[in-house]
Design a binder for this molecule. Structure first.
Ligand code: ADP
Ligand code: MG
Length: 611
Protein backbone atom coordinates (compact mmCIF):
# COMPACT_ATOMS: atom_id res chain seq x y z
CA UNK A 1 0.00 0.00 0.00
CA UNK A 2 1.44 3.41 -0.89
CA UNK A 3 1.36 6.27 1.53
CA UNK A 4 0.20 9.47 -0.09
CA UNK A 5 2.65 12.30 0.43
CA UNK A 6 1.49 15.85 0.57
CA UNK A 7 2.72 17.41 -2.67
CA UNK A 8 1.29 20.89 -2.36
CA UNK A 9 3.28 23.54 -0.57
CA UNK A 10 3.29 27.31 -0.35
CA UNK A 11 5.88 29.02 -2.51
CA UNK A 12 8.53 31.17 -0.90
CA UNK A 13 7.87 34.91 -1.06
CA UNK A 14 10.88 35.54 -3.32
CA UNK A 15 9.55 33.10 -5.90
CA UNK A 16 6.07 34.65 -5.72
CA UNK A 17 7.62 38.00 -6.52
CA UNK A 18 9.43 36.57 -9.49
CA UNK A 19 6.20 35.05 -10.75
CA UNK A 20 4.39 38.34 -10.30
CA UNK A 21 7.25 40.06 -12.10
CA UNK A 22 6.60 37.78 -15.05
CA UNK A 23 3.23 39.43 -15.50
CA UNK A 24 4.13 43.02 -14.79
CA UNK A 25 7.73 43.29 -15.94
CA UNK A 26 8.19 42.22 -19.49
CA UNK A 27 10.93 44.60 -20.53
CA UNK A 28 12.54 47.88 -19.50
CA UNK A 29 9.56 49.83 -20.77
CA UNK A 30 7.30 48.06 -18.27
CA UNK A 31 9.56 49.20 -15.47
CA UNK A 32 9.47 52.75 -16.79
CA UNK A 33 5.69 52.56 -16.86
CA UNK A 34 5.37 51.40 -13.27
CA UNK A 35 7.88 53.93 -11.97
CA UNK A 36 6.24 56.78 -13.84
CA UNK A 37 2.86 55.79 -12.46
CA UNK A 38 4.30 55.88 -8.96
CA UNK A 39 5.87 59.29 -9.50
CA UNK A 40 2.62 60.69 -10.88
CA UNK A 41 0.63 59.16 -8.03
CA UNK A 42 3.06 60.87 -5.66
CA UNK A 43 2.09 64.21 -7.18
CA UNK A 44 5.41 64.85 -8.91
CA UNK A 45 5.63 67.89 -11.18
CA UNK A 46 9.07 67.04 -12.51
CA UNK A 47 10.23 63.62 -13.58
CA UNK A 48 13.61 62.68 -14.99
CA UNK A 49 13.98 59.32 -16.70
CA UNK A 50 17.46 58.09 -17.49
CA UNK A 51 18.20 54.94 -19.42
CA UNK A 52 21.34 53.14 -20.40
CA UNK A 53 21.49 50.54 -23.14
CA UNK A 54 17.79 50.87 -23.84
CA UNK A 55 17.14 50.37 -20.14
CA UNK A 56 18.79 46.97 -20.06
CA UNK A 57 21.72 48.34 -18.08
CA UNK A 58 20.03 51.08 -16.12
CA UNK A 59 16.61 52.60 -15.62
CA UNK A 60 16.56 55.54 -13.26
CA UNK A 61 13.50 57.60 -12.46
CA UNK A 62 13.77 60.61 -10.20
CA UNK A 63 10.78 62.67 -9.11
CA UNK A 64 9.96 65.59 -6.86
CA UNK A 65 6.82 63.94 -5.50
CA UNK A 66 5.82 63.62 -1.90
CA UNK A 67 8.35 60.89 -1.12
CA UNK A 68 8.27 58.17 1.51
CA UNK A 69 9.37 58.07 5.12
CA UNK A 70 11.77 55.45 6.44
CA UNK A 71 9.11 52.90 7.28
CA UNK A 72 7.38 53.26 3.94
CA UNK A 73 10.62 52.84 2.05
CA UNK A 74 10.94 49.39 3.60
CA UNK A 75 7.29 48.53 3.23
CA UNK A 76 7.12 49.60 -0.39
CA UNK A 77 9.22 46.60 -1.37
CA UNK A 78 6.79 44.13 0.14
CA UNK A 79 4.28 42.51 -2.16
CA UNK A 80 0.72 43.76 -1.78
CA UNK A 81 1.99 46.79 0.07
CA UNK A 82 0.30 49.94 -1.11
CA UNK A 83 -0.77 53.29 0.21
CA UNK A 84 -3.42 53.64 -2.47
CA UNK A 85 -6.31 51.39 -1.55
CA UNK A 86 -7.43 49.73 1.62
CA UNK A 87 -10.74 48.03 0.98
CA UNK A 88 -12.47 46.46 -1.99
CA UNK A 89 -14.85 49.33 -2.61
CA UNK A 90 -11.74 51.41 -3.31
CA UNK A 91 -11.19 49.27 -6.38
CA UNK A 92 -14.19 50.92 -7.98
CA UNK A 93 -13.33 54.45 -6.98
CA UNK A 94 -9.71 54.56 -8.07
CA UNK A 95 -8.07 57.94 -8.05
CA UNK A 96 -4.55 56.63 -8.57
CA UNK A 97 -2.72 54.89 -11.38
CA UNK A 98 -1.34 52.18 -9.12
CA UNK A 99 -3.20 50.09 -6.58
CA UNK A 100 -1.93 46.54 -6.75
CA UNK A 101 1.07 47.15 -4.55
CA UNK A 102 3.25 44.74 -6.45
CA UNK A 103 5.31 46.76 -8.86
CA UNK A 104 8.25 47.65 -6.66
CA UNK A 105 8.41 44.18 -5.12
CA UNK A 106 8.29 42.59 -8.56
CA UNK A 107 10.86 44.88 -10.12
CA UNK A 108 13.20 44.50 -7.14
CA UNK A 109 13.01 40.73 -7.38
CA UNK A 110 14.43 40.70 -10.90
CA UNK A 111 17.06 43.44 -10.73
CA UNK A 112 19.67 45.26 -8.71
CA UNK A 113 17.43 47.79 -7.12
CA UNK A 114 18.11 51.03 -5.33
CA UNK A 115 15.36 53.14 -3.81
CA UNK A 116 15.99 56.55 -2.29
CA UNK A 117 13.25 58.66 -0.88
CA UNK A 118 12.65 61.64 1.32
CA UNK A 119 9.28 62.83 2.54
CA UNK A 120 10.32 66.04 4.27
CA UNK A 121 12.07 69.29 3.51
CA UNK A 122 14.82 68.53 6.00
CA UNK A 123 17.02 67.05 3.31
CA UNK A 124 17.46 63.71 5.01
CA UNK A 125 16.11 60.59 3.39
CA UNK A 126 16.39 56.85 3.39
CA UNK A 127 17.91 54.51 0.88
CA UNK A 128 17.61 50.80 0.45
CA UNK A 129 19.50 48.50 -1.87
CA UNK A 130 18.32 45.05 -2.88
CA UNK A 131 19.58 42.35 -5.22
CA UNK A 132 17.12 39.89 -6.68
CA UNK A 133 14.69 41.00 -4.01
CA UNK A 134 17.04 40.45 -1.06
CA UNK A 135 17.79 43.64 0.88
CA UNK A 136 21.55 44.14 1.08
CA UNK A 137 21.91 47.61 2.54
CA UNK A 138 19.82 50.38 4.04
CA UNK A 139 20.96 53.74 5.33
CA UNK A 140 20.12 57.39 5.67
CA UNK A 141 21.22 59.77 2.95
CA UNK A 142 20.98 63.44 2.13
CA UNK A 143 18.21 63.97 -0.39
CA UNK A 144 15.67 66.65 -1.26
CA UNK A 145 12.00 65.74 -1.07
CA UNK A 146 11.13 63.16 -3.68
CA UNK A 147 12.05 59.69 -4.80
CA UNK A 148 14.73 58.11 -6.95
CA UNK A 149 14.52 54.55 -8.16
CA UNK A 150 17.42 52.86 -9.92
CA UNK A 151 16.94 49.54 -11.62
CA UNK A 152 20.15 47.96 -12.90
CA UNK A 153 20.69 44.81 -14.91
CA UNK A 154 17.07 43.88 -15.31
CA UNK A 155 16.57 40.10 -15.29
CA UNK A 156 20.20 39.53 -14.23
CA UNK A 157 18.89 36.58 -12.21
CA UNK A 158 16.51 35.34 -14.93
CA UNK A 159 18.85 34.69 -17.86
CA UNK A 160 16.09 33.05 -19.87
CA UNK A 161 14.06 36.23 -19.64
CA UNK A 162 16.98 38.46 -20.36
CA UNK A 163 17.50 36.66 -23.65
CA UNK A 164 14.10 37.85 -24.78
CA UNK A 165 15.11 41.47 -24.56
CA UNK A 166 15.57 43.08 -27.93
CA UNK A 167 18.23 45.35 -29.31
CA UNK A 168 18.93 48.60 -27.56
CA UNK A 169 17.03 50.83 -30.04
CA UNK A 170 13.95 48.64 -29.84
CA UNK A 171 13.86 48.65 -26.06
CA UNK A 172 14.46 52.38 -26.08
CA UNK A 173 11.60 52.99 -28.45
CA UNK A 174 9.23 51.04 -26.23
CA UNK A 175 10.34 53.05 -23.24
CA UNK A 176 9.99 56.32 -25.14
CA UNK A 177 6.50 55.25 -26.12
CA UNK A 178 5.60 54.79 -22.47
CA UNK A 179 6.92 58.25 -21.66
CA UNK A 180 4.97 59.69 -24.59
CA UNK A 181 1.72 58.25 -23.28
CA UNK A 182 2.23 59.47 -19.74
CA UNK A 183 3.35 62.85 -20.99
CA UNK A 184 0.23 63.24 -23.14
CA UNK A 185 -1.97 62.49 -20.17
CA UNK A 186 -0.10 64.90 -17.89
CA UNK A 187 0.70 68.11 -19.76
CA UNK A 188 1.39 70.06 -16.60
CA UNK A 189 4.18 67.72 -15.52
CA UNK A 190 7.74 68.21 -16.83
CA UNK A 191 9.26 65.09 -18.27
CA UNK A 192 12.84 64.63 -19.33
CA UNK A 193 14.12 61.48 -20.97
CA UNK A 194 17.85 60.79 -21.25
CA UNK A 195 19.42 57.87 -23.02
CA UNK A 196 23.11 57.13 -22.63
CA UNK A 197 23.44 60.67 -21.31
CA UNK A 198 21.80 62.17 -24.36
CA UNK A 199 18.69 64.24 -23.74
CA UNK A 200 15.93 62.86 -25.99
CA UNK A 201 12.89 64.56 -24.59
CA UNK A 202 12.67 67.77 -22.69
CA UNK A 203 9.05 68.54 -22.02
CA UNK A 204 8.42 71.65 -20.04
CA UNK A 205 5.27 72.32 -18.15
CA UNK A 206 2.42 73.06 -20.58
CA UNK A 207 -1.00 74.49 -20.04
CA UNK A 208 -2.84 71.94 -22.04
CA UNK A 209 -2.94 69.02 -24.39
CA UNK A 210 -2.36 70.94 -27.63
CA UNK A 211 1.02 72.24 -26.61
CA UNK A 212 2.10 68.94 -25.14
CA UNK A 213 0.90 67.12 -28.24
CA UNK A 214 2.90 69.50 -30.42
CA UNK A 215 6.02 69.06 -28.31
CA UNK A 216 5.75 65.29 -28.47
CA UNK A 217 4.42 64.50 -31.90
CA UNK A 218 5.48 67.47 -33.94
CA UNK A 219 4.06 70.92 -34.25
CA UNK A 220 3.24 70.43 -37.91
CA UNK A 221 0.59 67.85 -37.03
CA UNK A 222 -1.41 70.31 -34.97
CA UNK A 223 -3.05 72.02 -37.90
CA UNK A 224 -4.62 68.75 -38.97
CA UNK A 225 -5.92 67.98 -35.52
CA UNK A 226 -9.47 68.74 -34.46
CA UNK A 227 -10.48 69.45 -30.91
CA UNK A 228 -13.12 67.31 -29.40
CA UNK A 229 -15.09 67.94 -26.23
CA UNK A 230 -18.30 65.95 -26.19
CA UNK A 231 -20.49 66.84 -24.45
CA UNK A 232 -18.62 69.47 -22.54
CA UNK A 233 -19.19 69.38 -18.82
CA UNK A 234 -21.01 66.06 -18.72
CA UNK A 235 -20.10 63.13 -16.54
CA UNK A 236 -19.41 60.77 -19.41
CA UNK A 237 -17.19 62.95 -21.49
CA UNK A 238 -14.73 62.64 -24.33
CA UNK A 239 -12.05 65.27 -24.85
CA UNK A 240 -8.83 65.50 -26.78
CA UNK A 241 -7.51 65.83 -30.29
CA UNK A 242 -8.44 63.79 -33.33
CA UNK A 243 -6.97 63.97 -36.81
CA UNK A 244 -8.80 65.09 -39.89
CA UNK A 245 -9.20 62.20 -42.27
CA UNK A 246 -6.27 63.30 -44.37
CA UNK A 247 -3.78 62.86 -41.55
CA UNK A 248 -3.33 59.14 -41.12
CA UNK A 249 -0.81 56.51 -40.14
CA UNK A 250 -0.26 53.01 -41.43
CA UNK A 251 -0.73 51.46 -38.00
CA UNK A 252 -2.76 51.98 -34.86
CA UNK A 253 0.35 53.20 -33.05
CA UNK A 254 -0.91 56.77 -32.88
CA UNK A 255 -4.28 56.00 -31.38
CA UNK A 256 -3.67 57.12 -27.83
CA UNK A 257 -6.66 56.48 -25.62
CA UNK A 258 -7.01 57.21 -21.95
CA UNK A 259 -9.68 56.46 -19.41
CA UNK A 260 -9.76 58.72 -16.40
CA UNK A 261 -6.20 59.75 -17.17
CA UNK A 262 -4.89 56.22 -17.52
CA UNK A 263 -3.50 55.04 -20.86
CA UNK A 264 -5.39 52.01 -22.05
CA UNK A 265 -5.34 49.92 -25.17
CA UNK A 266 -8.77 48.46 -25.16
CA UNK A 267 -10.51 46.50 -27.87
CA UNK A 268 -13.87 48.18 -27.41
CA UNK A 269 -12.43 51.68 -27.36
CA UNK A 270 -10.19 50.98 -30.34
CA UNK A 271 -13.11 49.62 -32.30
CA UNK A 272 -15.21 52.64 -31.41
CA UNK A 273 -12.52 55.01 -32.63
CA UNK A 274 -12.28 53.22 -35.96
CA UNK A 275 -16.07 53.13 -36.24
CA UNK A 276 -16.08 56.90 -35.72
CA UNK A 277 -13.87 57.19 -38.80
CA UNK A 278 -15.82 54.66 -40.82
CA UNK A 279 -15.92 55.51 -44.54
CA UNK A 280 -13.49 58.36 -44.03
CA UNK A 281 -10.14 56.61 -44.25
CA UNK A 282 -8.54 54.52 -46.94
CA UNK A 283 -8.15 50.83 -46.20
CA UNK A 284 -5.24 50.14 -43.90
CA UNK A 285 -4.96 53.73 -42.69
CA UNK A 286 -5.48 54.78 -39.10
CA UNK A 287 -6.11 58.14 -37.48
CA UNK A 288 -3.92 60.01 -35.02
CA UNK A 289 -5.84 60.61 -31.82
CA UNK A 290 -5.23 61.53 -28.22
CA UNK A 291 -8.57 60.83 -26.61
CA UNK A 292 -9.51 61.12 -22.98
CA UNK A 293 -12.64 59.43 -21.73
CA UNK A 294 -13.93 60.55 -18.40
CA UNK A 295 -16.25 58.09 -16.78
CA UNK A 296 -17.55 57.32 -13.33
CA UNK A 297 -14.90 54.95 -11.87
CA UNK A 298 -17.73 52.70 -10.72
CA UNK A 299 -18.62 52.10 -14.38
CA UNK A 300 -15.28 50.63 -15.33
CA UNK A 301 -13.15 47.84 -13.93
CA UNK A 302 -9.44 48.55 -14.32
CA UNK A 303 -8.41 45.45 -12.44
CA UNK A 304 -8.69 43.09 -15.39
CA UNK A 305 -5.08 42.76 -16.33
CA UNK A 306 -1.85 43.19 -14.32
CA UNK A 307 -0.57 45.90 -16.63
CA UNK A 308 -3.97 47.60 -16.47
CA UNK A 309 -4.05 48.17 -20.24
CA UNK A 310 -7.38 46.50 -20.75
CA UNK A 311 -10.54 47.41 -18.93
CA UNK A 312 -14.05 46.14 -18.60
CA UNK A 313 -16.98 48.49 -18.88
CA UNK A 314 -20.23 47.91 -17.08
CA UNK A 315 -22.09 49.15 -20.13
CA UNK A 316 -19.80 48.34 -22.96
CA UNK A 317 -22.25 49.10 -25.76
CA UNK A 318 -23.14 52.44 -24.30
CA UNK A 319 -19.54 53.58 -24.02
CA UNK A 320 -18.78 52.29 -27.49
CA UNK A 321 -21.65 54.17 -29.08
CA UNK A 322 -20.89 57.28 -27.10
CA UNK A 323 -17.36 57.37 -28.50
CA UNK A 324 -18.53 56.73 -32.08
CA UNK A 325 -21.18 59.41 -31.80
CA UNK A 326 -18.79 61.94 -30.26
CA UNK A 327 -16.20 61.49 -32.99
CA UNK A 328 -18.81 61.76 -35.70
CA UNK A 329 -20.16 64.99 -34.25
CA UNK A 330 -16.76 66.50 -34.98
CA UNK A 331 -16.04 64.73 -38.27
CA UNK A 332 -19.48 64.96 -39.89
CA UNK A 333 -19.56 68.68 -40.70
CA UNK A 334 -16.01 68.59 -42.14
CA UNK A 335 -15.58 72.08 -40.72
CA UNK A 336 -11.90 72.15 -41.47
CA UNK A 337 -12.69 72.76 -45.11
CA UNK A 338 -14.50 75.97 -44.26
CA UNK A 339 -11.83 77.14 -41.90
CA UNK A 340 -8.54 76.18 -43.42
CA UNK A 341 -6.04 75.92 -40.62
CA UNK A 342 -3.59 78.71 -40.05
CA UNK A 343 0.07 77.97 -40.06
CA UNK A 344 1.59 76.79 -36.88
CA UNK A 345 4.94 78.42 -36.42
CA UNK A 346 7.74 76.01 -35.72
CA UNK A 347 8.59 75.86 -32.08
CA UNK A 348 11.86 77.66 -31.39
CA UNK A 349 13.03 75.23 -28.75
CA UNK A 350 11.56 72.13 -30.37
CA UNK A 351 12.38 69.30 -28.13
CA UNK A 352 12.90 65.98 -29.77
CA UNK A 353 15.90 65.82 -32.07
CA UNK A 354 14.05 63.76 -34.59
CA UNK A 355 17.01 61.56 -35.40
CA UNK A 356 17.50 60.56 -31.84
CA UNK A 357 14.46 58.42 -31.22
CA UNK A 358 14.73 55.22 -33.17
CA UNK A 359 11.05 55.20 -33.89
CA UNK A 360 10.35 57.00 -37.10
CA UNK A 361 6.65 56.38 -36.92
CA UNK A 362 6.41 58.18 -33.61
CA UNK A 363 8.18 61.41 -34.30
CA UNK A 364 8.38 61.65 -38.06
CA UNK A 365 6.31 64.44 -39.54
CA UNK A 366 3.03 63.69 -41.19
CA UNK A 367 3.09 62.01 -44.53
CA UNK A 368 0.02 63.18 -46.31
CA UNK A 369 -1.53 61.94 -49.44
CA UNK A 370 -0.94 64.48 -52.11
CA UNK A 371 0.36 68.02 -52.01
CA UNK A 372 -2.25 68.81 -49.43
CA UNK A 373 -2.80 72.12 -47.91
CA UNK A 374 0.23 73.19 -46.01
CA UNK A 375 -0.59 76.79 -45.58
CA UNK A 376 2.47 78.86 -45.73
CA UNK A 377 0.81 81.95 -44.41
CA UNK A 378 -2.18 82.86 -42.31
CA UNK A 379 -5.29 82.87 -44.38
CA UNK A 380 -8.17 85.26 -44.28
CA UNK A 381 -11.08 84.05 -42.26
CA UNK A 382 -13.58 82.10 -44.28
CA UNK A 383 -16.28 84.62 -43.49
CA UNK A 384 -14.58 87.24 -45.61
CA UNK A 385 -14.92 85.15 -48.73
CA UNK A 386 -17.59 86.62 -50.92
CA UNK A 387 -20.25 84.14 -51.92
CA UNK A 388 -19.88 84.14 -55.65
CA UNK A 389 -22.71 82.02 -56.86
CA UNK A 390 -26.24 82.80 -55.89
CA UNK A 391 -28.33 79.69 -56.06
CA UNK A 392 -28.19 78.48 -59.61
CA UNK A 393 -31.30 76.77 -60.92
CA UNK A 394 -31.31 73.11 -60.15
CA UNK A 395 -30.16 71.12 -63.13
CA UNK A 396 -31.13 67.67 -64.15
CA UNK A 397 -27.78 66.67 -62.93
CA UNK A 398 -28.56 67.36 -59.31
CA UNK A 399 -31.59 65.19 -59.26
CA UNK A 400 -30.43 62.25 -61.28
CA UNK A 401 -26.91 61.87 -60.09
CA UNK A 402 -27.83 60.15 -56.90
CA UNK A 403 -31.41 59.45 -57.72
CA UNK A 404 -32.79 61.79 -55.11
CA UNK A 405 -33.67 65.42 -55.21
CA UNK A 406 -31.35 67.46 -53.07
CA UNK A 407 -34.23 68.86 -51.00
CA UNK A 408 -34.66 65.52 -49.34
CA UNK A 409 -31.79 66.38 -47.07
CA UNK A 410 -32.81 69.17 -44.74
CA UNK A 411 -29.52 70.79 -44.10
CA UNK A 412 -29.25 74.47 -43.29
CA UNK A 413 -25.79 75.12 -44.63
CA UNK A 414 -26.96 75.46 -48.20
CA UNK A 415 -28.83 78.61 -47.30
CA UNK A 416 -25.69 80.44 -46.34
CA UNK A 417 -23.62 78.77 -49.00
CA UNK A 418 -21.17 76.26 -47.62
CA UNK A 419 -17.53 75.92 -48.46
CA UNK A 420 -18.00 74.24 -51.81
CA UNK A 421 -20.86 76.49 -52.87
CA UNK A 422 -18.63 79.51 -52.38
CA UNK A 423 -15.92 78.19 -54.67
CA UNK A 424 -15.55 79.83 -58.00
CA UNK A 425 -15.34 77.28 -60.79
CA UNK A 426 -12.52 77.96 -63.23
CA UNK A 427 -12.98 74.92 -65.38
CA UNK A 428 -12.63 71.19 -65.63
CA UNK A 429 -9.38 69.33 -65.93
CA UNK A 430 -9.09 66.03 -67.74
CA UNK A 431 -12.85 65.65 -67.54
CA UNK A 432 -12.28 64.45 -63.99
CA UNK A 433 -11.43 67.36 -61.75
CA UNK A 434 -13.14 70.64 -61.15
CA UNK A 435 -10.66 73.49 -60.97
CA UNK A 436 -11.87 76.09 -58.50
CA UNK A 437 -10.67 79.12 -56.65
CA UNK A 438 -11.12 79.86 -52.96
CA UNK A 439 -9.97 83.44 -52.42
CA UNK A 440 -6.29 83.03 -53.34
CA UNK A 441 -6.07 79.29 -53.33
CA UNK A 442 -6.47 76.80 -56.14
CA UNK A 443 -8.86 74.00 -55.26
CA UNK A 444 -9.10 70.72 -57.14
CA UNK A 445 -12.26 68.70 -56.64
CA UNK A 446 -12.33 65.06 -57.68
CA UNK A 447 -15.77 64.81 -59.27
CA UNK A 448 -15.95 61.06 -58.95
CA UNK A 449 -15.04 61.06 -55.26
CA UNK A 450 -17.50 63.90 -54.67
CA UNK A 451 -20.25 62.04 -56.39
CA UNK A 452 -19.62 58.85 -54.56
CA UNK A 453 -19.92 60.59 -51.21
CA UNK A 454 -23.07 62.40 -52.29
CA UNK A 455 -24.64 59.24 -53.64
CA UNK A 456 -23.71 57.30 -50.54
CA UNK A 457 -24.99 59.87 -48.06
CA UNK A 458 -28.25 60.22 -49.94
CA UNK A 459 -28.77 56.51 -50.15
CA UNK A 460 -27.93 56.15 -46.50
CA UNK A 461 -30.40 58.86 -45.64
CA UNK A 462 -33.14 57.38 -47.82
CA UNK A 463 -32.56 53.96 -46.37
CA UNK A 464 -32.63 55.28 -42.83
CA UNK A 465 -35.95 57.07 -43.25
CA UNK A 466 -37.70 54.26 -45.13
CA UNK A 467 -36.51 52.90 -48.38
CA UNK A 468 -34.40 53.76 -51.35
CA UNK A 469 -36.52 55.18 -54.20
CA UNK A 470 -36.85 52.66 -56.95
CA UNK A 471 -37.97 52.67 -60.54
CA UNK A 472 -39.84 49.96 -62.41
CA UNK A 473 -38.11 48.34 -65.34
CA UNK A 474 -40.01 48.43 -68.60
CA UNK A 475 -39.02 44.85 -69.24
CA UNK A 476 -38.27 42.77 -66.16
CA UNK A 477 -34.81 41.27 -66.29
CA UNK A 478 -34.63 37.53 -65.77
CA UNK A 479 -31.80 36.40 -63.52
CA UNK A 480 -30.66 32.78 -63.80
CA UNK A 481 -28.86 31.96 -60.60
CA UNK A 482 -26.86 29.22 -58.99
CA UNK A 483 -28.32 27.52 -55.96
CA UNK A 484 -26.54 29.58 -53.30
CA UNK A 485 -27.29 32.94 -54.90
CA UNK A 486 -30.92 31.91 -55.43
CA UNK A 487 -31.26 31.02 -51.74
CA UNK A 488 -29.69 34.30 -50.69
CA UNK A 489 -31.99 36.25 -52.96
CA UNK A 490 -35.10 34.44 -51.84
CA UNK A 491 -34.24 34.88 -48.20
CA UNK A 492 -33.50 38.59 -48.43
CA UNK A 493 -36.24 39.75 -50.75
CA UNK A 494 -37.71 42.12 -48.18
CA UNK A 495 -34.38 43.74 -47.44
CA UNK A 496 -33.63 44.00 -51.14
CA UNK A 497 -36.90 45.79 -51.62
CA UNK A 498 -35.94 48.34 -48.99
CA UNK A 499 -32.77 48.84 -50.95
CA UNK A 500 -34.79 49.52 -54.08
CA UNK A 501 -34.68 46.13 -55.81
CA UNK A 502 -37.93 44.32 -56.48
CA UNK A 503 -37.42 40.66 -57.38
CA UNK A 504 -39.92 37.87 -57.87
CA UNK A 505 -39.39 34.12 -58.14
CA UNK A 506 -39.61 33.05 -61.76
CA UNK A 507 -39.54 29.29 -61.39
CA UNK A 508 -36.63 27.16 -60.26
CA UNK A 509 -33.55 29.16 -59.54
CA UNK A 510 -34.67 32.06 -61.73
CA UNK A 511 -35.92 35.45 -60.62
CA UNK A 512 -37.48 38.40 -62.35
CA UNK A 513 -35.98 41.75 -61.49
CA UNK A 514 -38.88 44.19 -61.76
CA UNK A 515 -37.62 47.44 -60.24
CA UNK A 516 -34.22 48.83 -59.43
CA UNK A 517 -33.02 51.78 -57.36
CA UNK A 518 -33.42 55.06 -59.21
CA UNK A 519 -29.81 55.78 -58.66
CA UNK A 520 -28.97 52.83 -60.86
CA UNK A 521 -31.23 53.71 -63.76
CA UNK A 522 -29.72 52.72 -67.09
CA UNK A 523 -27.07 50.56 -65.48
CA UNK A 524 -26.80 46.85 -65.86
CA UNK A 525 -27.50 45.70 -62.35
CA UNK A 526 -28.04 41.96 -62.74
CA UNK A 527 -24.75 41.10 -61.14
CA UNK A 528 -25.14 43.82 -58.53
CA UNK A 529 -28.40 42.35 -57.19
CA UNK A 530 -26.67 39.05 -56.67
CA UNK A 531 -23.71 40.73 -54.99
CA UNK A 532 -26.06 42.58 -52.73
CA UNK A 533 -27.95 39.43 -51.82
CA UNK A 534 -24.72 37.60 -51.04
CA UNK A 535 -23.53 40.53 -48.95
CA UNK A 536 -26.79 40.37 -47.00
CA UNK A 537 -26.21 36.68 -46.55
CA UNK A 538 -22.97 37.43 -44.73
CA UNK A 539 -24.81 39.84 -42.47
CA UNK A 540 -27.09 37.15 -41.21
CA UNK A 541 -24.09 35.34 -39.84
CA UNK A 542 -21.98 38.22 -38.63
CA UNK A 543 -24.95 40.11 -37.28
CA UNK A 544 -23.49 43.43 -38.32
CA UNK A 545 -26.37 44.70 -40.32
CA UNK A 546 -25.59 48.38 -40.26
CA UNK A 547 -22.03 47.93 -41.43
CA UNK A 548 -23.04 45.63 -44.22
CA UNK A 549 -25.90 47.77 -45.40
CA UNK A 550 -23.39 50.58 -45.64
CA UNK A 551 -21.19 48.39 -47.79
CA UNK A 552 -24.14 47.64 -50.04
CA UNK A 553 -25.01 51.32 -50.29
CA UNK A 554 -21.42 52.16 -51.18
CA UNK A 555 -21.57 49.50 -53.86
CA UNK A 556 -24.72 51.08 -55.21
CA UNK A 557 -23.31 54.60 -54.97
CA UNK A 558 -20.25 53.51 -56.95
CA UNK A 559 -22.36 51.97 -59.69
CA UNK A 560 -24.65 54.94 -59.84
CA UNK A 561 -22.35 57.92 -59.94
CA UNK A 562 -20.70 59.69 -62.79
CA UNK A 563 -17.26 58.42 -63.40
CA UNK A 564 -14.17 60.36 -64.05
CA UNK A 565 -13.88 61.29 -67.68
CA UNK A 566 -17.21 62.96 -67.98
CA UNK A 567 -17.48 66.48 -69.22
CA UNK A 568 -19.45 68.74 -66.90
CA UNK A 569 -20.85 72.13 -67.75
CA UNK A 570 -20.24 74.91 -65.28
CA UNK A 571 -23.85 74.61 -64.16
CA UNK A 572 -23.42 70.91 -63.56
CA UNK A 573 -20.22 71.59 -61.69
CA UNK A 574 -21.97 74.16 -59.51
CA UNK A 575 -24.79 71.76 -58.79
CA UNK A 576 -22.27 69.16 -57.74
CA UNK A 577 -20.55 71.58 -55.37
CA UNK A 578 -23.88 72.68 -53.92
CA UNK A 579 -24.82 69.09 -53.26
CA UNK A 580 -21.54 68.51 -51.51
CA UNK A 581 -22.39 71.23 -49.05
CA UNK A 582 -25.66 69.54 -48.26
CA UNK A 583 -24.24 66.27 -47.09
CA UNK A 584 -22.26 64.97 -44.15
CA UNK A 585 -18.63 63.89 -44.28
CA UNK A 586 -18.16 65.84 -47.48
CA UNK A 587 -14.36 65.86 -47.35
CA UNK A 588 -13.87 62.23 -48.31
CA UNK A 589 -15.42 59.67 -50.59
CA UNK A 590 -16.76 56.59 -48.80
CA UNK A 591 -13.52 54.75 -49.54
CA UNK A 592 -11.62 57.46 -47.74
CA UNK A 593 -10.15 59.25 -50.73
CA UNK A 594 -10.05 63.03 -50.40
CA UNK A 595 -12.70 64.95 -52.31
CA UNK A 596 -10.54 68.03 -52.70
CA UNK A 597 -6.98 69.27 -52.62
CA UNK A 598 -5.82 72.80 -52.03
CA UNK A 599 -2.82 74.54 -53.51
CA UNK A 600 -2.12 77.88 -51.87
CA UNK A 601 -1.04 80.85 -53.91
CA UNK A 602 2.32 80.63 -52.19
CA UNK A 603 2.70 77.04 -53.27
CA UNK A 604 1.83 77.89 -56.84
CA UNK A 605 4.23 80.84 -56.80
CA UNK A 606 6.92 78.59 -55.47
CA UNK A 607 6.38 76.30 -58.44
CA UNK A 608 7.20 79.26 -60.65
CA UNK A 609 10.13 80.37 -58.50
CA UNK A 610 8.38 83.55 -57.55
CA UNK A 611 8.78 82.92 -53.86
P1 ADP B 1 1.19 50.58 -6.00
O1 ADP B 1 1.65 51.69 -6.86
O2 ADP B 1 0.26 49.67 -6.71
O3 ADP B 1 0.69 51.02 -4.68
P2 ADP B 1 4.00 49.91 -5.92
O4 ADP B 1 4.71 48.64 -5.62
O5 ADP B 1 4.21 50.50 -7.26
O6 ADP B 1 2.45 49.64 -5.68
O7 ADP B 1 4.36 50.97 -4.82
C1 ADP B 1 4.15 50.67 -3.46
C2 ADP B 1 3.98 51.93 -2.65
O8 ADP B 1 5.21 52.62 -2.58
C3 ADP B 1 3.00 52.90 -3.22
O9 ADP B 1 1.68 52.61 -2.80
C4 ADP B 1 3.49 54.23 -2.66
O10 ADP B 1 2.97 54.46 -1.37
C5 ADP B 1 4.98 54.02 -2.53
N1 ADP B 1 5.73 54.62 -3.65
C6 ADP B 1 6.23 53.98 -4.73
N2 ADP B 1 6.86 54.83 -5.55
C7 ADP B 1 6.76 56.06 -5.01
C8 ADP B 1 7.20 57.37 -5.39
N3 ADP B 1 7.87 57.59 -6.53
N4 ADP B 1 6.92 58.40 -4.55
C9 ADP B 1 6.25 58.18 -3.41
N5 ADP B 1 5.79 56.98 -2.99
C10 ADP B 1 6.04 55.92 -3.78
MG1 MG C 1 2.79 51.45 -8.57
Amino acid sequence: MTVSHATIHLLPEALCNKIAAGEVVERPASVVKELLENSLDAGATEILIELQAGGKKLIRVADNGRGMNRQDVFLSLERHATSKISCDTDLFALQTLGFRGEALASIASVSRFLLQSCATDQGLGQQIYAEGGAVRRAEEIGLPRGTVVEVRNLFFNLPARRKFLRKEPTELSHAADVVTKQALANPTVCFRLKHNDRLLLDLRRENGLRERFAALLGRSLLKDMLEIDQPSGAELRLTGLISQPRLTRSATSHIYTFINGRYIRDRVVQHAVMAGYRHLLMKGRYPVVALFLQIDPAQVDINVHPTKHEVRFREQGLVHDFIVHSLQQVLRPADWLDHPPTTVAPEPGATIPSDSLPRPDIVAPAVNEGPAAYHAEPRPAAATVAPNSPAAPATDFSTTAAGLPAEQLPLPESETGGFFTRLQILGQYHQSYLLCQDTDDLILVDQHAAHERIGFEKLRHAYAVGSVPSQALLFPQILELDYRSAMALEEHRAELERLGFEVEPFGGKSFALKSIPQVLADRDVGQLVIDVALELEKVGRAGQLEESIDEVLILMACHGVIRANQALTTEEGKALLRELDQIDFKANCPHGRPVMQRLTLTEVERLFRRQ
